[in-house]
Design a binder for this molecule. Sequence first.
Ligand code: HEM
Length: 92
Amino acid sequence: MANSHSFFASLNCPQQVTWTNDIKKMFTALDIAHMKPKGIDLSSYDSVKINAVPIYDQVSQGSMPPPGSGETPWSPAWVNTFACWIKQNCPQ
Ligand code: HEM
């Protein structure tokens, strides 16, 4: 469902979301360190933008960060902010 354009298009996103102000801080040092060897650099704007929809799928399902990693799943508000960033074409 998250792969469908209509899903993101239908979201209500009154706030402008940017990488610098909103998205960058959602990824912890632990997230970055664990995901870098797997080919996703969560500290990099370009890498997160290229992988944005798969990342959305993971965090919205609570699969990432993994249960048992010591981190808590993203809140619905964070998931929504990330979805709105995608809808707005991932502003830097
Ligand atoms: C396309 C997106 C992603 C994929 C396919 C993915 C895949 C994976 C895989 C395969 C592992 C290894 C799991 C294991 O060995 O048990 C892992 C570990 C991890 N990932 Fe991701 N991941 C994604 C996005 C994310 C995101 C967005 C976050 C943070 C918000 C994240 C945080 C972590 C952490 C913290 C670990 C280490 C867990 C641990 O060792 O306890 N990942 N990821």
